[in-house]
Write a protein that binds this ligand. Structure first.
Ligand SMILES: Cc1ncc(C[n+]2csc(CCOP(=O)(O)OP(=O)(O)O)c2C)c(N)n1
Ligand SMILES: [Mg+2]
Length: 328
């Protein structure tokens, strides 16, 4: 049980606020890409908004995040400034990585966003490193490491869980199980029914929750953060969900059975969460519309900033690659 805020209509609204921002940013990115007004690699998190938001509300700006190519929801939930995000998507010098990283490598250490990687499973050992640093410095930070179901079959997943458990590292392994790794169905590639069960092999707390259920996800996230913060060690938290836009932007998703897609769409977490917010009275329809207008204005501003910015200078090409003086 969390020692901080209790679940209720205010907590639900907090989750929905973050989730709505994620939804609006994702919709805009896809619209820019499909109309040719942006050229970038993009992996939509549509469908996975709630789990990221419900985790994000429990994290402090000083906590660390390690995520993957499908990580814009995690980054937004962690508080990436929209201007830095958009400028990076456009490869501009004002972007989070000075325009040299692009969408697959968003970092913003000032807000704890340490690594975004395209290497499946590659984030877990790095998360252990960050968590070990926090443990040694006793700085009270928690490291959140996000990855997919496919990543849980990579060797580094198993090695990292073993080490994190052995050393009681303050890390949360958040496996976002969206049922597919590229075009491969979960059941075709994974021997266990629930990835959360794998924690038992490493003497670690393992939990499987419906990542689309705001309350269940909020509570599981609170428990995992509290455990890490209290020095009680890591958690493997499997959040089940679904990705509506396929693997990459433009993926026709022909491998997803129509019935499965329709059933998932009927449980789309965003309209369900919005309806709950209205039902509990945490916000009115007019207030939610106002919130969407606010976010849209912030996004308009961020995109205008990105378009007005310059591309990196040529001299930047070999800067920020090695530590200064590494080979002196
Ligand atoms: C080490 C490694 N192997 C393979 C790939 C190719 N690849 C990119 S995404 C992906 C699927 C990963 O699926 P999952 O972990 O479930 O994440 P999701 O895309 O569903 O969020 C694969 C195999 C890669 N990028 N890195
Ligand atoms: Mg997956």
């Amino acid at each position: 049980m969390s020692t901080r805020a209790q679940w209720g209509s205010e907590a639900l609204l907090g989750v929905y606020r973050k989730a709505l921002l994620i939804q609006l940013v994702d919709e805009r990115m896809r619209s820019l890409l499909s109309s040719g007004r942006m050229a970038a690699v993009y992996y939509s998190p549509r469908g996975q908004e709630i789990l990221a938001a419900a985790m994000g509300v429990h994290l402090k700006p000083t906590d660390y995040l390690v995520t993957s190519y499908r990580g814009v929801h995690d980054q937004l939930a962690k508080g990436i400034p929209l201007r830095l995000l958009c400028a990076e998507y456009y490869g501009k010098a004002t972007g989070a990585c000075k325009g040299k990283g692009g969408p697959m490598h968003i970092t913003y250490p000032a807000n704890g966003i340490m690594v975004t990687t395209g290497v499946v499973g590659g984030g877990l050992p790095i998360a252990n490193g960050l968590a070990l640093a926090s443990q040694l410095k006793d700085d009270g930070r928690v490291t959140l490491c996000c990855f997919g179901d496919g990543a849980s079959n990579i060797g580094a997943f198993h090695e990292s869980l073993n080490m994190a458990s052995l050393w009681k590292l303050p890390v949360i392994f958040l496996c976002q199980n969206n049922g597919y790794g590229e075009s491969t169905r979960y059941e075709k590639a994974t021997a266990v029914r629930h990835i959360g069960e794998r924690a038992a092999s490493y003497n670690m707390k393992g939990v499987t929750v419906d990542g689309n259920d705001p309350q269940a996800m909020w509570q599981a996230a609170a428990d995992a953060v509290d455990r890490a913060r209290a020095g009680e060690g890591p958690t493997l938290l499997e959040a089940t969900t679904f990705r509506f836009m396929g693997h990459y932007f433009g993926d026709p998703g022909a491998y997803i059975p129509k019935e499965e897609y329709a059933a998932a769409l009927a449980r789309d977490p965003m309209p369900i969460c919005r309806a709950s917010v209205l039902k509990t009275g945490a916000a009115t329809e007019a207030q939610l519309e106002e919130l969407a207008r606010e976010y849209t204005a912030q996004l308009d501003d961020a995109l205008a900033f990105a378009l007005d910015s310059s591309t990196p200078a040529l001299e930047e090409i070999d800067r920020d690659i090695y530590a200064q003086g590494a080979f002196a």
